[in-house]
Write a protein that binds this ligand. Structure first.
Ligand SMILES: Nc1ncnc2c1ncn2[C@@H]1O[C@H](COP(=O)(O)OP(=O)(O)OP(=O)(O)O)[C@@H](O)[C@H]1O
Ligand SMILES: [Mg+2]
Length: 338
């Protein structure tokens, strides 16, 4: 029998939920894409595949990775609605841990967590998110985790917790954290080793989806309609010619599609660099996190040439937030287990 409840750190982003937990002393992380639609899926033809049919109150939902009818999760209300509850439970099931009571740490976008005018915690939003995740939900022909405790943390900033601790900053150091996610660009300024958060910024117009949408359009023009997931995979593996030629049917348009993608990546980088410069002209350090970190790294380096190696891309940037929250709180979990 387990001595204590497992504690999961969950960065429930708008496009992907990242979940980390400690398994035999090691941190494990899983990324679970958000793709739900209304109604249930039939199980008849899918013996080898697991079907996830959920119900919340009287509404039925299913997990469907490739559906065109996938419900949008890319708006702020997502943080407090059915889809968020679904995405968190679905991610928990992807861990392979046996369902039971759990305690979770989740995140809110920085501009929801802090009040923009005075950088104080927005207790109302935090309570709303907790209440949302404690709601009833059921899985048809399956067992779900029972969420018994929810703690809410801000997005982005905790991703640099251990990096900052180890980097010898002093109490005056201003670190700019840039989180380029699927749909939003979030930034925050940390003073010292988390002595203070001095400014926060969020922009829901700038994110990797700019590149994803351009990729889908170009693919479509090359007789290769693709889902959001496939387009994202193509962006990640654009330097792998074999993969690219597998995805693009019209071989004569391969270079053209790749150029469209590169152009959009450049545009994304320029947009992020511009916003960052406007938000903070002269930080002492810059940390890059989020799934889009690799796409914008060069643009940020060019925008802040004097910072050199004080610009750091956190390793495995997409999972950085959930991993760091997990590591940071692991000590608590161990203590509780005794
Ligand atoms: N190595 C990579 N190269 C390019 N794109 C990547 C890479 N890894 C992840 N991505 C892309 O990053 C995006 C997701 O990033 P992330 O998980 O940080 O977003 P999110 O937290 O769901 O969104 P948001 O923070 O906007 O709510 C996806 O579009 C994914 O395809
Ligand atoms: Mg995110």
């Amino acid at each position: 029998m387990q001595a204590s409840m497992t504690k999961f750190a969950i960065d429930d982003g708008s496009t992907n939920v990242k979940i980390s937990w400690i398994d035999n002393g090691e941190v494990r992380s899983v990324t679970s894409p958000n793709s739900f639609r209304k109604d249930w899926k039939s199980a008849a033809l899918l013996n080898d595949r697991k079907v996830f049919n959920y119900q919340i109150a009287s509404t039925k939902y299913t997990y469907d990775a490739t559906s065109d009818k996938a419900l949008s999760t890319t708006h702020v209300a997502f943080q407090y609605d059915d889809l968020n509850l679904l995405s968190v439970h679905h991610a928990l099931l992807q861990t392979g841990v046996k369902p039971g009571p759990v305690s979770i740490l989740v995140t809110l976008p920085i501009t929801e967590y802090y009040r923009a005018d005075d950088c104080q915690k927005n207790e109302e939003n935090i309570a709303r998110k907790k209440a949302n995740l404690m709601r009833e939900i059921s899985l048809n022909k399956g067992e779900l985790f029972t969420i018994v405790d929810v703690e809410v943390l801000p997005e982005s900033l905790p991703a640099v917790l251990t990096t900052l601790m180890d980097s010898g900053v002093n109490e005056f150091t201003k670190s700019l954290v840039i989180d380029c996610g699927g749909t939003t660009l979030d930034m925050g300024v940390i003073i010292g080793e988390f002595d203070d958060v001095s400014a926060v910024y969020g922009n829901a117009e700038i994110g990797v989806s700019m590149v994803t949408n351009a990729a889908r359009k170009a693919l479509s023009a090359a007789d290769s309609d693709a889902s959001y997931l496939v387009a994202n995979e193509l962006i990640k593996r654009r330097h792998n010619r074999e993969f690219v030629e597998e995805v693009i049917n019209d071989i004569s348009k391969v270079d053209w599609v790749l150029e469209r993608i590169e152009d959009k990546i450049t545009e994304l980088g320029a947009a992020v660099a511009y916003e960052a410069k406007t938000f903070m002209r002269n930080p002492n350090r810059i940390y890059l996190v989020g799934g889009g970190a690799m796409l914008i790294e060069t643009a940020i380096r060019n925008a802040y040439p004097s910072l050199g190696d004080k610009i750091v891309m956190i390793k495995a940037p997409q999972e950085a937030l959930s991993r760091e929250i997990c590591c940071y709180h692991a000590a608590d979990t161990q203590a509780e287990a005794v």
